[in-house]
Ligand binder design. Structure first.
Ligand SMILES: Cc1cc2nc3c(=O)[nH]c(=O)nc-3n(C[C@H](O)[C@H](O)[C@H](O)COP(=O)(O)OP(=O)(O)OC[C@H]3O[C@@H](n4cnc5c(N)ncnc54)[C@H](O)[C@@H]3O)c2cc1C
Length: 477
């Protein structure tokens, strides 16, 4: 017989200190919907634990009561991963109060932080110790390091430093039954069996709650050079990337591709941005080199771009003349999603293909969009240095949300099929969440899916952790 909401709440209140539950409806409301407003959920309650012990108590209670748990960080997920379902029976567990920087070990180039620290706070704490934490996302001020690890976030510096998993030495996590897995060892070498830390990272709250992490640090960059480059097409951009890698080696940390319409959207909708290049160009690259030593990187980048221009790969280029212009260009790039949001509704696809296949994929997928979605405009931009594009289709502001929603499954299927045909991934960096559960089932091999389900059953036999996210809820029980 289903238990009543009030008897469950009484039992929860008896299990944890009163201060852990958020009781203010106005404060709860934004936590029940996702960043893109795709989902509107309800919750049994919202908990804001202050310590790993309190997270453990909450999960042990949920496991006994068979109450679903939705871990939530900064709630910036693009695929509804941190939003409860519509049943009103799930407990949202927000990590926002667990934001202690536990240690920064400058000599070991590592730091241990609690999951609720925002990414910006982690970066600042590293910088205060003259160290550098290279994860960089447009949402750095709101997303939390726990959410970054739970989604294995990518961002602007993956080309050189890798995704969140590659930046992590160890974690502390509470498992579904309340046990605490502590592996906060700051070791570069630790070859002791299964990579459980790696498994928990990217599990999107479906195997447990991350409460702390030990992260890798680097020296602070001492030299940087940034350029905005016009190229004729995607093939030229891909060739330019190889050219710069040969000229600058590991110094190249960002290589972002922008079509002309993405630049125009940002210029129209975002204050304080400017295009340093004149003339009409179809594609632009924002690229950045950095070095931990004092190096003449401007000269290196300028010479490499001049050679690339002589080889016909570059139409025009502007080297940043100072920090102000650099910040302006990154502001332009990071605000393309916001400009797109202001311009009207859109369909988003976070895809990747092998870099060598990028040009062919963009040509095939653009042809499909032109033919089948005449009302839409393709705005395909992103971390091309990683083969990752946000292959988005924008619609006019006056187009009804229902019309866009009708197109969504057909467009998504066609784009994802083309991605698969080019050896790519339908989710390059944003994860699966609730939005892409069906796509994971469609594009994963039966063995891959079976392994994921077996791991889920072993670590969460009652299926309480983030039900219906990543794997279909039915397969978790
Ligand atoms: C402007 C903007 C730019 C962005 N740019 C990028 C980008 O370049 N690259 C990129 O990868 N993403 C990007 N994102 C998406 C998003 O910011 C990332 O996915 C981020 O890592 C999510 O962190 P969060 O704290 O907001 O997590 P949430 O949105 O709160 O949660 C995301 C998922 O992680 C789970 N989770 C959260 N915290 C924990 C925890 N402590 N333990 C276990 N599970 C947890 C949730 O249940 C959910 O499944 C961007 C988003 C915005 C709004």
């Amino acid at each position: 017989m289903p238990r009543s909401e009030s008897s469950l709440l009484s039992s929860l209140r008896a299990a944890i200190p009163a201060a852990v539950l958020l009781e203010d409806d106005a404060a709860i409301a934004p936590l029940l919907t996702d960043h893109r407003r795709l989902y509107q959920g309800r919750a049994l309650a919202v908990a804001l634990p202050r310590s790993t012990e309190e997270v453990s108590t909450l999960l042990a209670w949920c496991n006994v009561q068979r109450v679903g748990v939705v871990p939530q960080g900064g709630n910036t997920s693009y695929c509804g991963g941190a939003t409860p379902d519509e049943s009103g029976t799930q407990l949202v567990v927000c990590l926002a109060r667990m934001r202690r920087i536990r240690t920064v070990d400058a000599a070991n180039f590592s730091m241990t932080v609690e999951a609720g620290c925002t990414l910006a706070e982690v970066q600042q704490a590293a910088a205060a110790a003259e160290r550098y934490f290279p994860l960089e996302l447009g949402s750095a001020g709101s997303c939390q390091i726990g959410g970054n690890l739970a989604t294995n976030a990518g961002g602007l510096n993956v080309l050189r430093f890798g995704m969140a998993r590659a930046l992590t030495l160890g974690i502390e996590a509470v498992l579904a039954d309340g046990r605490v897995y502590t592996h906060l060892r700051a070791l570069r070498k630790d070859n002791t069996g299964y990579d459980l830390t790696g498994l928990m990272i990217g599990s999107e709250g479906t195997l447990g709650i991350l409460t702390a992490a030990t992260l890798k640090l680097w020296p602070q960059p001492r030299s940087t050079a940034t350029a905005f480059v016009a190229v004729s097409d995607v093939a030229a951009a891909v060739a330019l990337l190889a050219w710069l890698r040969e000229a600058a080696g590991e110094r190249i940390n960002s290589f972002e591709l922008l079509p002309r319409n993405a630049v125009e959207l940002a210029l129209r909708h975002i204050e304080g941005v400017a295009n340093p290049l004149t003339g009409n160009h179809d594609w632009y690259v924002l690229c950045e080199l950095s070095s931990f030593a004092d190096e003449a990187l401007d000269e290196l980048l300028e010479a490499a771009l001049a050679d690339a221009s002589a080889a016909g790969l570059v139409q025009d280029a502007a080297l940043c003349t100072g920090e102000r212009q650099r910040a302006q260009l990154w502001r332009l790039r990071e605000n393309v999603p916001e400009a797109q949001r202001r311009a009207g509704p859109s369909l988003k696809h976070d895809i990747s293909v092998p870099i060598a296949a990028l040009s062919e994929f963009v040509a095939a997928a653009s042809d499909w969009v032109r033919l089948h979605v005449p009302a839409g405009t393709l705005v395909a931009y992103g971390h091309a240095g990683d083969g990752n594009l946000h292959f988005n289709i924008s619609f006019p502001k006056e187009m009804q949300a229902t019309q866009v929603a009708e197109l969504e499954p057909i467009v998504r299927r066609a784009i994802h099929d083309l991605v698969a045909a080019h050896g790519g991934s339908f989710s390059a960096e944003h994860g699966i969440g609730r939005l892409k559960v069906g796509a994971l089932e469609r594009y994963s091999s039966p063995v891959t899916l079976a392994m994921m389900r077996e791991i889920k059953r072993a670590l969460d036999p009652n299926g309480i952790m983030n039900p219906g996210k990543l794997l279909a809820a039915a397969s978790t029980s």
